[in-house]
Structures are given as C-alpha cells and as structure tokens.
Write a protein that binds this ligand. Sequence first.
Ligand code: PMP
Length: 476
Amino acid sequence: MQSMEHVPRMVAEPATIDGGNPEAARWRERDLAVLWHPCTQMREHPHALPLVPIARGEGAWLVGHDGRRYLDAVGSWWTNLFGHAEPRIAAAIAKQAGTLEQVLLAGFGHEPAIELAEKLLAIAPKQAGREPPAKVFYADNGSAGVEVALKMAFHFFRNLGEERRSKFVALENGYHGETIGALSVGDIPLYRRTYAPLLAEALFAPSPDAYAARGGESAEQCAGRAADALAALFDRHPGEICALIVEPLVQCAGGMRMHHPAYLRRARQLCDANGAFLIADEIATGFGRTGTMFAFEQAGAMPDLMCVSKGLTGGFLPLAAVLATQQVYDAFLDDSRERAFLHSHSYTGNPLACAAALASLRIFESDGILERNRATAAKMARLADAFRGHPHVADVRQTGMIVAFELTRDGNRATPFPAEARVGLRAYRAALARGVVLRPLGDVLYWMPPYCIDDAQLALLAETTRAAIDEATACA
Ligand code: PMP
C-alpha cells in the first residue's frame, strides 16, 4: 500500500534486529519459506531489510517473538487509531462473530452495515447550500473503495447520456491504491513506470504541495498557483472531465506532502463550474489524522464522493466505504440493470468489520478523541520543532497527527540525497534497532502514531528519530 522507491541494491548489513534470537529466527525462517511480502524486494530480506516476526500488539507497541518491543510510530500503515488489540473493538468483533459473521449484501442487509452507514452519513463533512451525503456503498479495502468512486462517477455521467465525460483528473504525486484503476490515477513514478502499459489514461494537475512553494511564496499562494493550473486543465478539456480525485491536505504515500486548504475550496468551485465531481480520498486522512474527523472539513467544503477505509475499523479489519449524494444515487435508478451500479465484492459490508467500525466511532465519542488529539498534536509540534535547523532536515511539517521530516544532504530542498545512499532505509534500520517503527517514504521520515501514544513514548519517538537521522546521514 505504500510506495518505497528503494531501487538501488543495498550493501549487506548487520544480520538481524533481534540479534538472532532463536524463537524469532525460527519464525523468520518459516516466514521466508512461504510468504511473499508486499511492496518488498524480497532479496533484501532478512539482512539489508530486517524482517521482524511479531507475536502480539499492546497499545502503541508491537511485540516481537524475541520479546522486543517496537513503538508503532506509523500506525501499521496508517490503519491503527487507538493502539493494538484495543479491548473494546476486540470485544465488539467477538460479539458480532457469535451473531452474524458474514452475509452477502445483495438482497440482504444487516444491523451493523445499516447502523454504520447512518453514523458515517451523520459525521461526514457538510457544506452550506449543498446536498449532504445520503448513501453509503461498501467495499473491502482502500483501493477497492477508490475503484468504486471512479466507476460511480463515470457511470453517473453515462446514465445521464454524457458519454464524453469520461476523463479523470488526479494530482501529481498523488496515490490512491494499487489496483489498476487506482494506480491509473496515482502518480508514484516507480509504479507508473512499471505498470504503464496497463494503466488507463488520466490527466494530471500540479500538486499544491507546499514543500514545492517557490521562493517567497506562501503555502496559500502555492495552492493558488496549483488551482490556477487546474482551472487551465479544465479549460483544455471542456465537457470531458467526469471527476477530480484528491487526497485532501496530505499526499501521504507521496511523502507526506501537505497543502493549504484553500486548494480544496478552489477545487470544489472548479469542479462545480465545470460540471465535474470532486472525489475525496480520505482513506489515509480520515478519522482524525489531520486534526479534524475528515480533512475536507478544514476547507469548509464537501466532496461529491468520499472514500474512507484504513482507520474506519480502528485498524482491526479491512473495510471501505464510499459516501455519495442523493443526486448521484438517483441517476442509477431505472428499470434497466445497465443503469444500476455494477460493483460487488464478496465481503462487501462484512458484519465483523462494520461492528469494529461502530466500536471505533463510539471510542471517538466516549474518549473525546479529537480533543485529546489536539493536545497530543501540540506536543508533537513542540518535539518536531527541535528538528528545525538540523543540518540534514530540509523541512519539518505537520497537519494534525501527522508530522514529516524531509531529509536532504545540506538541509535544503536543492540537495536531495542520491537514491543509492538509501538514507531512508538506513534511518528505518537505525530506528528499528532502537525499538521504534519509523518506516520512511523515500527520504521522508514521518510520525503517524496511534492516538494513545503517551508522553514517554513521544519522547522516545523524538529521541529515536534524531538518532536515526544522525546515523543514517553520517554515512551517506
Ligand atoms: N488511498 C490512499 C490515500 C491511501 O493512502 C491508500 C493506502 N495507503 C489507499 C488509497 C489504498 O488503500 P489500501 O491499501 O487499503 O488498498
């Protein structure tokens, strides 16, 4: 699910993080005998790239088979919200498993799917003067949710007889998943190069990424410049664009690149002016990561279609949902099956996953999570501030519960490390050896911890990040 442009071969490195503990070694051997891990050059396991067999999770910790504890500073690929094995979510899943574990959602419905849809519609971003979201379509992972939204937008216009409206606009440096449709609107260079012949054509607009701001330009001005380019793109394709898809506020897999909310407001206006849909991919940014329940809220705007997944179940089970307006839904109503939305996954709206999501949403309310996160985010800001001016840190940025550090040779944007130096990977290994999971995106280190992270863990995180940066950059 995450890009890792670790292309060049790595020199052989220390044996294992756990010092060859026999129990861990046995699991590693069995693992490598049968598993093909995601997004991994398997040749690098287990020496250049550690392979850590995990026995269990406890709060913000992952615990290895050797008994070592690893602070999960990346929330297990941004899925985990309240810590591992959160007992209330675990109990809700267990209860549901004893009642109804799965039923096909075509021709049948069930309480957790209905109740979750009601809750999601209630908490979704709203915008004065716009029709609120009214329907929920489930899928079973983030990429599948993106496929649903893309097909839904395309099919909507087809049902209206607007056959020319079949193009998607996506943002440079964006990421929306790894199925072929989702990859087609993604712009991670390694993936685009590798799978180019398979991809559907999409139009790409410049990213509003504030890290790319020109000298003297504010984040807002940078967003304005990107929005002007988007406007020009719409002008070049009148009546052809069915939707714009964006990761609101943070392009996560693209290196935690952040932008000003003004971009989303302009994007909303431009989509309206050009009769196109706005699809918000809140798969990574949703459920409190950016400081609000959904990132789009910070723009005071709402999308036509919103995709959520990852944190939806608190990080327990795969589930995705696409929220649509009544207007979208109504365009599919007819006597013909061809006009009906043609999409189904076997586990669509799985009751266990819906029960986990409901339990997760209850925790947001009972524990006042968004408010608590404001305090945690302020602490993260203070700790991150200490990295400003570091000789190898070109940028420290934060949106809510996401903090990122851009590592470069001379601490400025003009001097990225050469890819062969594999600074990110070196930092990853250095942090892991110190008991912190800081899986970088290229040379960007980031914090996206479970919300239960406490002060001592935050201090460990900051201290380890510094040590990892120092170690990784010393030999680059
Ligand atoms: N969209 C975004 C913004 C994501 O970050 C991701 C996953 N990193 C996806 C879509 C795809 O989700 P999944 O990995 O569940 O397919």
